[in-house]
Design a protein around this ligand. Structure first.
Ligand code: NAD
Length: 673
């Protein structure tokens, strides 16, 4: 039995892209390391790369020892004789090693021959690990007499910087060997995840493969363009790279070959020629100067400029549907735990959230519908929603919106008032205008109820963001003109002042506010929306200030706020013509920040709210005050307010949390203190 404490000597076979990095990690961790490759030139090159990398780490202050001390632990070894057979030198270092990691080319016979050789010479209890990306661990272990001591140890490129290691159990790998390999990965400073079955592509490449395949399908079917997909992935989902950008960056040839290898091992995908065509024409991406994007010269990566206005044009639920399905399969089959799958996509792919977290946000029902839609369109039999997802939908576990999906969410509390519904879906509170039979026309009662709801929500520290929306066919068609019956000038002025007070309360509210607009947002309805921090509208929204047609003017702030938001000329045109404008035009004017498909409005508002809810509440409040006060008071006063708020924030616990999390490379947890 080998314990981690018993491991002193590592042998890394293969000193290429992966091998030299793995040897470096072992040396940094304090182990004696032999690194083996076919000739001295390659080995010298590998040692040069290790030295360069160590000096970079040293410059950044993350190496605890001098570069030379670390390097001195690594000894190069020539692994083969001139006739190609394995060398005595390799045999001799293997006899001293308690752990071997193999990182030679991805050829089964070559790897099998090495494992057979290593089995002959390495101590009986030594662990033999392979860094293979696509070959079965079980097959690699076959020629050995110790398949229980053969394990997958899948690093990511570059091993020194990428934090994830997938530890893969072959058919016979023992629990002890998995445990020790996990521990070794931790000693290397990595976060290991365990893959309990030897499935092709393990976790990360399986999930990534599904995403690539779906993206490819969507483009080929004309459901989205390459640019739509990448802008959506980059801006809406917050991935570090677009799907096609990533393919270019890592090499389209690599993806093509990995997916072909996975297909050969039975992982079926949607036939899609896009990658194949690029592969066959030699347009591999960055390395050849052209792939889905063009680069200034081969090997020179310049990040493509994704266009923000295209974000959301590719349906995110469809885009992620097969990736979620794959993750559900891995979970249901016990191939990996939920936590490990989440860790794998976050650390292996840089996703800002886990795949199950995304699924919950998008809605499990939408994911299932999307998979069925692809199945319907392609007629591919294997495209079935995973039974786990189907079961969840059957049980009403639809994700965040139903309070439970892969995770449990704070209970939704709903208070139905006479004119509004206040729905707490912490950290969000929705204020739903609820007079659908009158297109949510605002009356004095509604003004009073919204004001009171805002006061109550202000006191609830778990509510971080307020979203206004309308029930039924519209956001809000304006003030209820029936309330004007018998009105006199004095009462009209009082009513206007009351409504203005509410809009001021919203504008200077201590928490961020969002208006999610669909259908009509007219007159007072639009004025309510104008006082919020963010306005998102669905494509069917129509905005207008039609008061002029009745002989009066807006009375709840539109003459002032519109001018500040879109400028005086546009504001006058809007107010004086009384014309309605569609959402797309309002977006061009800067009146609303985003236009989305009708079915996606709540989701979009929720995503923005959740994003804001993760930010420090006091800094959000300060940002609102600084911007709004400054606009009214002028530059000098505005700057004074800004610097004072800037200073005050340094007395908060959230600043300490923000800076600490930044240094520790984790997501901060702000408390509003
Ligand atoms: P590479 O071509 O950069 O390196 C392979 C090295 O093995 C070369 O230096 C080669 O000279 C050497 N080699 C060939 N025959 C040998 C022999 N008989 N004895 C000793 N050394 C020999 O390849 P790589 O990208 O480092 O990949 C190595 C393994 O790691 C593959 O199994 C690959 O699937 C896997 N992997 C690669 C990546 C990646 O992003 N590159 C990521 C994870 C896993």
């Amino acid at each position: 039995m080998v314990r981690v404490e018993d491991i002193r000597v590592f042998t890394v076979v293969g000193a290429g892209t992966m091998g030299h990095g793995i040897a470096e990690l072992a040396a940094i961790a304090g182990f004696k390391v032999y690194i083996a490759d076919v000739n001295m030139d390659i080995l010298r090159g590998a040692l040069d790369r290790i030295r360069w990398s160590l000096s970079k780490l040293s410059e950044r202050g993350v190496l605890r020892e001098p570069v030379d001390t670390v390097i001195s632990r690594i000894t190069p070894v020539i692994s083969v004789n001139p006739d190609g057979s394995w060398s005595q030198d390799l045999a001799s270092v293997l006899t001293q090693s308690q752990f071997m990691v193999e990182a030679i080319p991805e050829k089964l016979e070559l790897k099998q021959s090495l494992f057979e050789f290593a089995d002959r010479y390495a101590p009986q209890d030594a662990i033999l690990a392979t860094n293979t990306s696509s070959l079965p661990i079980t097959e690699i272990a076959k020629p050995t007499r110790r398949p229980e001591r053969v394990v997958g140890m899948h690093f990511f490129n570059p091993p020194v910087l990428m934090p994830l290691v997938e530890v893969i159990r072959g058919a016979s790998t023992s629990d002890e060997v998995v445990r020790v390999t996990v521990e070794v990965s931790r000693r290397f400073g990595k976060t290991p995840v365990v893959v309990n079955k030897d499935v092709p592509g393990f976790i990360v490449n399986r999930i990534l493969g599904r995403l690539m395949n779906t993206a490819c399908y969507m483009v080929e079917r004309g459901l989205a363009t390459v640019e739509d997909v990448d802008a959506t992935v980059f801006y809406t989902l917050g991935f570090p790279m677009g799907v096609f950008e990533l393919a270019d960056y890592s090499g389209i040839d690599v993806f093509y070959l990995v997916s072909t290898a996975m297909a050969e091992r039975g992982v079926k995908g949607i036939p899609c020629r896009l990658f194949e065509e690029k592969y066959r024409s030699g347009r591999y991406g960055v390395k050849s100067g052209e792939g889905f994007y063009k680069y200034p010269e081969p090997g020179k990566f310049v990040k493509p400029a994704h266009r923000r206005e295209l974000a959301g044009k590719a349906d995110p639920a469809l885009l992620l549907s097969l990736a979620v399905n794959e993750a559900a399969y891995l979970l249901r089959e016990g191939i990996a735990s939920k936590e490990d799958i989440e860790t794998a996509v976050k650390l292996g792919l840089g996703w800002p959230k886990g795949v199950f977290e995304f699924a919950d946000e998008l809605g499990i029902d939408r994911i299932v519908e999307s998979i069925r839609r692809v199945k319907g369109e392609t007629g591919l039999e294997f495209l079935e929603p995973d039974p786990l997802l189907v079961k969840m939908v059957g049980e009403g576990k639809l994700g965040r919106k139903s309070g439970e999906g892969f995770y449990k969410y704070a209970v939704i509390e709903e208070a139905v008032k006479e004119t509004i519904i206040v729905r707490k879906e912490k950290p969000i509170a929705w204020i739903v205008l609820n007079r659908p039979e009158r297109l949510n026309a605002i009356n004095p009662k509604m003004i009073e109820e919204i004001g009171r709801a805002l006061d109550d929500l202000e006191e609830d520290p778990d509510v971080r963001v307020i979203v206004f929306k309308g029930n039924g066919r519209a956001f809000c068609a304006g003030a209820d003109v029936t309330a004007f019956a018998g009105i006199n000038p004095l009462l009209a002025m009082k009513a206007s002042r009351k409504f203005q007070e509410l809009t001021l309360k919203i504008q200077f509210y201590t928490k961020p506010t969002i208006a999610a607009i669909h259908g009509y947002a007219l007159g007072g309805g639009l004025e309510l929306a104008l006082s919020t921090d963010f306005r998102i509208a669905s494509e069917d929204a129509m905005l207008g200030q039609p008061e002029i047609n009745l002989g009066f003017i807006p009375g709840a702030g539109a003459t002032q706020r519109l001018a500040r938001i879109v400028g005086p000329a546009k504001a006058k045109e809007f107010i004086m013509t009384g014309d309605f404008i569609p959402a797309v035009e309002a977006h061009k004017m800067g009146l609303i920040s985003k236009v989305v498909k009708p079915g996606a409005l709540d989701e979009e508002a929720r995503n923005l709210a959740l994003k804001l809810a993760e930010k420090p509440p006091l800094a959000l409040m300060a940002a609102k005050i600084a911007v709004d006060m400054g606009l009214e008071a002028g530059l000098w006063s505005g700057l004074a307010v800004e610097s004072q708020l800037f200073g005050i924030l340094f007395s908060t616990e959230d600043v300490i949390e923000g800076v600490t999390a930044f240094i520790e490379k984790r997501r901060p947890k702000f408390k509003g203190k």
